[in-house]
Design a protein around this ligand. Structure first.
Ligand SMILES: O=C(O)CCC(=O)C1=CC=C[C@@H](O)[C@@H]1C(=O)O
Ligand SMILES: [Mg+2]
Length: 369
């Protein structure tokens, strides 16, 4: 197939509740939706970069520029027999993974729809449903956090992820564990610590956490090796892993026992599949991380989480966790802690085109017909 046109929409959605991590607070998502058209079929992808370069070096603005000026020109006229070919075509472009992933994801959805396959089927997903975890931002007080964890446990989430930061860590986690002795808990530090905090992580060992996510620098693999060797709690890498090669090095060094795959962070579905296979071969647990996506990105995440190697609950919370109204229908919903994997072609959800139009702040299109 050849792409006939691509539309990139920039939109801003207010989040239902602010989301605070060790590097800042999100109250809105300023994001891009990519529509890839061929014949009468449209595929959708979502660019998960934040508005500011706080999680990685990419931002919504840099992704818009890279997609328009560098990615799309390389796809004009390209005969695509399988969406795996897109990442190869874009490989000369260094990094800019979230920009690449947004376009590759739209093409993968387009191809699956034309093949009359669900997105999950198109890359070998086998699960009918995926287990859902909840990611809770840093709350003003421990009491607020305990209330939020209690509501999450009552709602049936299979795993509760709690953001930590210097000053809001050991005592806070001890209070949560005391209140919820049997809950599956994990901590996400978003790179807020260094090896000087080793004693803190050794103390966290007493809390029987499922993992501690990205404790050290966002671009580190070596120090994580030394930390993992010194603590019982499994280290999970998020920001440090940008490719299958990063994953190989982290596994070879013993820098982690768990990897959080985010399709956008690693450059797309094809790279995600490589990492999932590598982790499966080396006994590394994997789960699908979230980037506060709309239903389009969420649908991609649910599909990738249906792969066998995704062994732990992912950040694939229902639409209603983040949005007053999602841009897909039906919305992503959770039942007894799981989200069903759609079997309809492509994403398996319809996109609310009128709402998309209303929310679009700016857009650009290429027409190659
Ligand atoms: O999307 C979700 O449900 C979880 C989002 C989440 O935890 C994160 C989103 C974006 C950056 C980080 O703050 C954080 C993460 O590190 O996973
Ligand atoms: Mg994380």
């Amino acid at each position: 197939m050849q792409l006939e046109s691509v539309t990139v929409r920039r939109m801003t959605l207010p989040m239902l509740t602010p989301f605070t991590t060790s590097f800042g607070t999100q109250t809105h998502r300023d994001l891009l939706i990519v529509e890839a058209h061929s014949g009468r079929v449209t595929g959708y992808g979502e660019c998960v970069a934040l508005a500011e370069p706080l999680y990685s070096e990419e931002t919504t603005s840099t992704c818009a520029l890279v997609i328009q000026d560098y990615i799309l020109p390389r796809l004009q006229g390209l005969e695509i027999s399988h969406p795996r070919e897109v990442s190869a075509a874009l490989s000369p472009l260094k990094r800019n993974n979230m920009a690449k992933a947004a376009v590759e994801g739209a093409i993968w959805d387009l191809w699956a729809k034309r093949e009359n396959q669900s997105l999950a089927q198109s890359f070998g997903g086998t699960k009918d449903a995926v287990e859902v975890g909840l990611s809770i931002g840093i709350k003003p007080t421990d009491a607020d956090l305990i209330d939020t964890v209690g509501a999450a446990v009552d709602a049936g989430y299979k795993r509760i992820k709690i953001k930590i930061a210097p000053g809001r860590d050991l005592q806070m986690m001890r209070a949560v564990r005391a209140e919820f002795p049997d809950a599956v808990l994990m901590a996400d530090a978003n790179s807020a610590y260094t090896m000087a905090d080793l004693e803190l992580f050794q103390a966290l060992d007493e809390l029987d956490l499922l993992m501690v996510e990205q404790p050290l620098a966002h671009d580190d693999i070596v120090d994580h090796r030394h930390l993992q060797a010194a603590i019982r709690t499994p280290v999970c890498l998020d920001e440090s892993i940008h490719s299958a090669e990063d994953a190989r090095q982290a596994i070879e060094l013993g820098s982690c026992r768990i990897i959080n795959i985010k399709i956008g962070r690693v450059g797309g579905i094809a790279e995600s599949l490589k990492i999932e296979q590598l982790c499966r071969q080396h006994g590394i647990d994997v789960w699908c991380g979230g980037m506060l996506e709309t239903g389009i990105g969420r649908a991609h995440n649910v599909a990738i989480a249906s792969l066998e190697g995704f062994t732990l609950p992912g950040d694939t919370a229902p639409s209603a966790r983040y949005w007053a109204e999602d841009i897909i229908e039906p919305e992503v919903t959770m039942d007894d802690g799981v989200v069903a994997v759609p079997t309809a072609p492509g994403l398996g959800f319809s996109v609310k085109q009128q709402l998309l139009d209303e929310l679009t702040v700016s857009s650009f299109s290429t027409d190659w017909r």
